[in-house]
Design a binder for this molecule. Structure first.
Ligand code: SF4
Ligand code: SF4
Length: 291
């Protein structure tokens, strides 16, 4: 494998946190809810919380899969907590968040992959927080796609439907065991077919050994499956036990991908080393959402 690559200068450290952020953190402590922002020690936390954006993790913190790039623990999860939707809605109202991303681990143990619980959360938040925009970042619901998509209907249709491909198909066996590249593309297209007015979104992390040509091919595949929005960021190894970083893509290379993405017809593209799936999610979606 050779020695670990040095982190280049453009991988920046965490930004300092303001007073508004401390308030949101306190409210989170009280609510016993988990955010990806805190759990993954996301470097964008200060900026996102200050803008009224956060990513909540529902359905527990144990995943039924084990992807070697991911820091989430593997294990047998608990059944969905029926009180979670109300708790989430209450917390979002108290924090006054304007744009919320809801995501979960993979729940291969549940018949609908957890989609029904996603829908319950969307409904509860919609009742309590009428102004808050809601993006879901869903797992692949592999083998349960149709039943999962049925759950998102009427008042539980999200404002944005996000599902990350994460990497190029050649690296799936290594990086996303248990996932299926074509299945993920099909999920995005199937949602769009049901809800043509709702923007769909996907994301990639670079640095696992993919080539530029492979990344462009994935971007074309996404457009061919009616995906509207794209995020591309740099993979950072959470610990020595995780997949190594094979390459740090340069800011210039990310900028080129952003241009390519626009040329391919994505309505919004965010590419950059520190871009995460939910980074600037509110700004990305602005202009695409009905007011
Ligand atoms: Fe949270 Fe996403 Fe912002 Fe990171 S980029 S702080 S995970 S909302
Ligand atoms: Fe992490 Fe998602 Fe893989 Fe589970 S399925 S290990 S949460 S990347």
């Amino acid at each position: 494998d050779g020695p670990a690559l040095r982190k280049p200068a453009w991988i920046r450290a965490k930004a300092p946190l303001g007073a508004g952020v401390a308030r949101i953190r306190r409210l989170l402590r009280d609510s016993a809810l988990a955010t990806v922002c805190e759990e993954a020690q996301c470097p964008n936390l200060g900026e996102c919380f200050a803008h009224g954006t956060a990513t909540f993790m529902i359905l527990g913190d144990l995943c039924t899969r084990r992807c070697p790039f991911c820091d989430v623990a593997h294990g047998r999860p608990e059944p969905p907590d029926p009180k979670e939707p109300a708790r989430l809605a209450e917390a979002i109202a108290r924090m006054g968040l304007s744009y919320v991303v809801i995501t979960s681990v993979d729940r291969d143990d549940l018949r609908d992959g957890g989609a029904g619980h996603f829908a319950d959360c969307l409904r509860a938040i919609r009742v309590r927080c009428k102004q808050t925009r809601l993006e879901v970042l869903v797992p692949d619901f592999r083998g349960r796609e149709a039943m999962a998509l049925e759950q998102f209907s009427a008042d539980s249709v999200p404002d944005v439907f996000n599902h990350n491909l994460e990497t190029v198909p050649r690296l799936y066996a290594q990086a996303r065991p248990g996932a299926d590249y074509q299945g993920s593309l099909n999920l995005l297209r199937a949602f769009k077919a049901r809800h043509p007015r709702v923007p769909t979104k996907s994301g990639l992390m670079l640095g696992l050994g993919e080539t530029r040509a492979e990344v462009l091919a994935v971007m074309r595949d996404l457009r061919a499956h009616d995906c509207d929005m794209l995020t591309i960021g740099q993979y950072l190894q959470p610990s020595a036990e995780h997949l190594p970083v094979r390459e740090y893509w340069t800011p210039a290379a990310f900028a080129e991908l952003e241009v390519e993405g626009r040329a391919l017809g994505f309505a919004a593209v965010a590419a950059g080393a520190m871009v995460r799936s939910s980074y600037h999610a509110d700004r990305q979606a602005r202009g695409l959402l009905d007011t």
